[in-house]
Design a protein. Structure first.
Length: 272
């Protein structure tokens, strides 16, 4: 089963409803004996990532195994989902980790608007209802509010990592400063189990469940792109290739970063 793209409710590459439905159907399917998950994602929304994590945990209550193979990037929410597996494999060029939470970005444009003669006001009840809007300053109290939400989600993330990787909380916390790890670094730190190929992972999985020559069935959400998307994509391909060459990174990594506002993310939802 493929989990690719920015984790959200739905976008060109990712569909939460399809993914959860597929996991549940495989759980109920008596012919299904195990689940091999390929992850290539920079992360995304807290809510959706946790839903997938819990769905995979529920799948495992049947006694079936879950193995994860990390592709070019399995960062933040992508790593969060990986923690639901029995074993994590990675390609030697995988970037993973990025264990942390972004609770939002605020822009205070009040001075700019005043300088160009624009006055804007949001009518609201509750002094913090309009917080993080561009037309009001972000107060210290509001910063503490958002920090407390971020910290709570972070503690949940770290606890899941600690449980999955058999670490105590303090050990997991030291590794969870938001940085990306190479596959080699992740292996040395105990965040993954092995650097190997997809085929070798499947072979080990079949041996683990004592079913040599296991038949694979693939589940992948098809992308639906228009002709305009195709033309735009080609232009981005040239740009991504140039950036990748300058940074010395695989093009696929640059593409994933572009899809998530240039950084791997584990994002809290925002509301007004």
């Amino acid at each position: 089963m493929y989990i690719e793209g920015h984790i959200s409710e739905e976008n060109a590459e990712y569909n939460q409803k399809w993914l959860l439905s597929t996991i549940n159907k495989l759980k109920q399917n008596k012919k299904n004996v195990a689940l091999a998950v390929y992850i290539n994602s920079p992360g995304g929304a807290v809510y959706q990532a946790d839903e997938v994590y819990l769905a995979l945990q529920d799948y495992k209550t049947t006694g079936k195994l879950v193995y994860v193979y990390q592709g070019p990037m399995a960062a933040s929410g992508g790593y969060y989902i990986s923690c639901a597996s029995d074993k994590i494999f990675a390609n030697r060029n995988t970037l993973t980790g990025c264990i942390g939470v972004i609770s939002g970005t605020t822009f205070d444009m009040t001075e700019f608007l005043e300088n160009i003669g624009i006055k804007t006001e949001t009518i609201h009840s509750g002094k913090n209802k309009n917080m993080m809007n561009f037309n009001e300053p972000f107060t210290e109290e509001q910063k503490q509010i958002m920090q407390s939400i971020s910290d709570e989600c972070y503690e949940q993330f770290v606890s899941i990592v600690a449980k999955a990787r058999r670490l105590n909380y303090s050990q997991a916390e030291k590794l969870s400063d938001g940085r990306l790890y190479t596959a080699k670094q992740a292996l040395e730190l105990g965040l993954i189990d092995r650097i190997d190929s997809w085929d070798n992972m499947i072979e080990e999985l079949s041996e683990e469940i004592d079913m040599p020559g296991i038949k694979l069935q693939y589940f992948k959400k098809e992308k639906k792109n228009s002709f305009v998307d195709y033309l735009t994509g080609k232009a981005k391909d040239f740009q991504n290739a140039a950036i990748a060459a300058k940074m010395g990174l695989p093009v696929s990594i640059i593409e994933q970063m572009n899809r998530s506002n240039l950084m791997p993310q584990y994002l809290l939802p925002t509301a007004k």
